[in-house]
Structures are given as structure tokens and as C-alpha cells.
Design a protein around this ligand. Sequence first.
Ligand code: FAD
Length: 550
Amino acid sequence: MTEYDHIVIGGGAAGCVAAARLVEAGRRVLLLEAGHSHHHPLLDMPPGIFKMINGSKFMRYHRTTPQEHLNGRVHEISQGNVLGGGTSVNAQVYMRGRPSDYNEWDSLLRGNNAGVRWDWEHVLPHFRGMEGNNRLYDERHNSDGPLLVSDPGYIDNVSRWFVQSMQSLGVPFTHDFNGPAQRGVGFYQFMNRQGKRSSAAYAFIEPLRANPRLTLKLNAAVSRIVIENDRATGVVYRDGSNAEHTAHASGDIILSSGALVSPKLLMLSGIGAADELRTHGITVTADLPGVGQNLMDHPEVPLIATFNGPFGYHGHGDGWRMIQHGMHFKLFGGGKILSAGVEAGAFVNPLDPEADPSIQAFCVPDIYLDRDVLDAVEKTHGVTITTVVTKPKSRGYVKLRSADAAEMPIVSPNLLKHPDDMATMIAGQRFFLRAFESGPLGDRVARIVKPDPADLSDEALATHCKRLVKTNYHPAGTARMGADGDPMAVLDAQLRVRGIANLRVADMSACPNINAGNTAAPAMMIGDRCASFILDPALASQRREDLRVA
Ligand SMILES: Cc1cc2nc3c(=O)[nH]c(=O)nc-3n(C[C@H](O)[C@H](O)[C@H](O)COP(=O)(O)OP(=O)(O)OC[C@H]3O[C@@H](n4cnc5c(N)ncnc54)[C@H](O)[C@@H]3O)c2cc1C
């Protein structure tokens, strides 16, 4: 029987980082990834995301339950099904959130920290230690980490017009959304370098592929964790030909299957709400009612306008034009193919310009809708500004459909269910609609298509939001950390599953509250911290940079 020091379940954003750190430190690690290899041209190319969103083997499509508050609508939350997880299929926007996000986690976790801190001061070194930024270098940014961060490789005029129009409306330009102030309009930075995606797979696992301490198995879907006498000792998984295997570890097992699958695997292993588990005939190992609860995600609603000329990316991703852009890149190394399809964005608080931004916006130089509502607008030259609530209050859940590991879990994200989220979203929609009527962008707009400009009442905007709201692909919080005595806490402050030895959860499930902004970098930070906790519990509060120097 092969025994490993650690098993990491899921080679996504957090799992790749955790596995790599442990291998670098001399541990023998088995990394089990249910999805495919990350070596594929569509994954490497920044705009590949738009090909995948509409159906790909590299994605796992979770269909929601009918959302009553959205008039029964069923929508999808797609997640990466590939080594690198979300970081191999995402839009690559590099965003950490703001210091107050982590200071809030820290204050929620007080009481059982035993010296473990999650405040900004203690998470920043993990972000910074991983970062290889080719423009920024200061106390927040680093230039020589493995995760390559760069400015957009190509900026379409539409993105420039958006940034200028927002400035004409008084929104200040920012050159760094991860800088001291998140507020402003500007161009995002991306986990990318010269057209090549810097996923967690490329940045962290690829350099270790020849390392004998790392065993990587792709198409290996874990079905449950083996728990003996309240200690995690192994995992059961199925390989690509559906044969079942069991692997064992002497040390910690790290569950990193993402916020929609990690709670499912906990429940299948007998960890969850006891009553719920019993209804599926699962023997209860740890009664933790928080498993699967507290599902958070950033809701995103589009504003769409058509252009009075052939601007933006419409038609550039298909047929001969796509070939032309590919040839241009091969011959000259540049062009539209270096854009992930989004380059610019903004963080604002529409109701109080001085307060923390309540809305993040993305400018997509094309008409961009989710799969279930693709027919809502006829495709032509146009622009989409999506508005995203940065700190949503709505909470959903993940539950087991059955005790069969092959079944997808039941997912109900409840996007925009909380009235405050809807009010924030409506304020954001009104704020960004003005970009279609102002400055250089306004000069090119032929018609506002969504929402209907003839009726911008709260009621009409709420109807529009309910019809078109989609995930920003950031599910989180379904196995969250919490203080001792918090009945819904699944993990302690070192990401350990309460009541079970040798088992940690390191992915976006662990977040007590969602960060304001995209979630790949935070997931990697969690993976990095998890490895630190394992490698030297006494140094649990120490910083990655210090550990590297030591
Ligand atoms: C389309 C899309 C666009 C996005 N755009 C951005 C962006 O621009 N910027 C940004 O910061 N964030 C973005 N995100 C979000 C970001 O990528 C995720 O928040 C992040 O990847 C989450 O990390 P994680 O480790 O929690 O889970 P994941 O990265 O999802 O990793 C989970 C891994 O577990 C694997 N897995 C699942 N089930 C099993 C099983 N049974 N056994 C073994 N392995 C399993 C999965 O295949 C996956 O590889 C986007 C996500 C998507 C899907």
C-alpha cells in the first residue's frame, strides 16, 4: 500500500498551491484532480473563456434549484473541471479584495485563534509572496513570485472609452485596484504573461512535475474521505475508467474541491448536519450543521448597449477572424488574442463616493449574457457593463442530492434574494447606465438595450435584474471557519475540520465572508496559509516571506 504524507483533494486554485508548498517542504503528496490536464490551447489563450462558458469538458456546470425569488428561474454556476480549477478557465483578473475583508475575518475568528491571525497584515505576505508582478513593486506588490501578474496584453478602444466616460462622471482613475484604495476606474491586472495564462497549475504544479515527492492523478474523482476513530486516514476515488481506489496518508488530508463540491464530499464522508445525512442513509461521523450552508456568491447583472459602428469584439472570436488573430499572434506576438475579453472595470459606491465600494463593474466590449438567457438580446456590435455587488448579504446552500458521489450536489445560491443586495444592485445599474450617455463611450452608443431606458423605476430594474442576474463565478463560504462556540463553524482558524483530526478544508469554502472582488487570488492565499499551518503549527501566524527566508 502506497502511503503519502498528505493527500490533496482537488487541484484547483487553493489545492495546487497547498500541494506545491508541501512538496517543496519535502512532503510526499498525492494530488487528486477530478478534471483534465490544463494543457490545451483554448485554456492558454486569454479569450478561450468565452468559448468554454457555453459548453466545454473543462467546465462543470452546476444547475441551481428553481430560484423562487427569480420567478422560478434555473441558472448555472460553472466551475473549472481541470488541473488549476477556476484559474485554468477564468478571466484571470488579479484581485485580492480589500484589507477590511480580512480584518473582518480576523475579528470573527477571535476566541479560538491561538495566535492565528487572518487580518490584512497576516494575509498580505501570502498574496505578496506568490506574486510576480511585472509593473508594480512596493510593500503590497512583489515581482519575483511564481504567479505572473501583468497589465492586459491588449486593450480595445471600447475599454478605453469606458474608462474615459467614467472619469467624465467624476470617478477617479486608479492604476491599481489592489492598491491602498480600491475605489476608481481603470484597467485590471491579469494572471497572465504575454498571452499565456498563469494558472495555479502552471505557476505552482508545473515546476514540480519531475519531483518524485509529487504524485499527480488526473481524472481522479474523490468520492469520500476515509475516517477511522475520528481521524481522516485516506480517500476513496475513481479513476478515468471508473475503477475504485483507496489511498492513505499519514498526515493531513486537504479538501480543496471548491465551494460547491467540498461540502458534498464532507457530507458523503459523514460530516454535516446529522438529520440531513441520515435521510441519505449516511452514518454520521461529525454533526456539523454548517456544512453546505452560508453559500455566498457575487451576483452580476448586465447593462447592454449597441454601437453605431463596428466597435469591440463582436465576431472576432469566430471563423476566419479568429484564425486571423491567431496568425497575428504567432507572427507578431500580439493583438486581440491577448485580451481575456475584459480589460477595464471600476469599483464605486453609487450612494456615497467616499464609502467602501459596494459595486464592482466590468466592461466587456461585446454583448455578453449567461447561457440560460442568451436569447434575451440579439448579438451585434455592442458593449456590456456588468455590475456586481461586492459584499452580498444573500446566503444560499449546497445539499446532497443523494448518497451517490457521481451526482452533482443540489445548489441554491439565492442571488439577490436579500433586499439590500437588490437595492445595491439597482443603485449600481443606475450609476453605470450613465456611462452609455457620457463621454467617448456615449458618443458611440446607438441604443441602450438592457434595461429598457423607457422605464428605470425600481420595479422595472428589479425585474431586469431578476431576469438576467448571473454568478460572477465566486461561490464561497460553504464550510466556513468560525470561532469556538459558533454552532455553524465547520473549521477552526487553522482550517481544521472540527471534531476530525488530520482533515482540513482549503478553498473558497473556508471563507467566513466573501471578499470584495474576484476570488482566485484569495483562494490561493488560503491554500498557501493551509500549507503554512501544516508545516509548522507554531508558525501558524508567520508570514510566507519569512518562511521562505528561513
Ligand atoms: C468562468 C470563471 C471565471 C472566473 N473569473 C475569475 C477572474 O477573472 N478572476 C478571479 O480572481 N477569479 C475568477 N473566477 C473565480 C476563481 O477562479 C475561483 O474563485 C477559484 O478558482 C476558486 O478556487 P478553489 O480552490 O476554491 O476551487 P477551484 O479552483 O474550483 O478548484 C476545485 C478543484 O477541485 C476539483 N474537483 C472537484 N470535484 C472533485 C472531486 N470529487 N475529486 C477531485 N477533485 C475534484 C475541480 O475539478 C477543481 O480543479 C472565475 C471562475 C470561473 C469558473
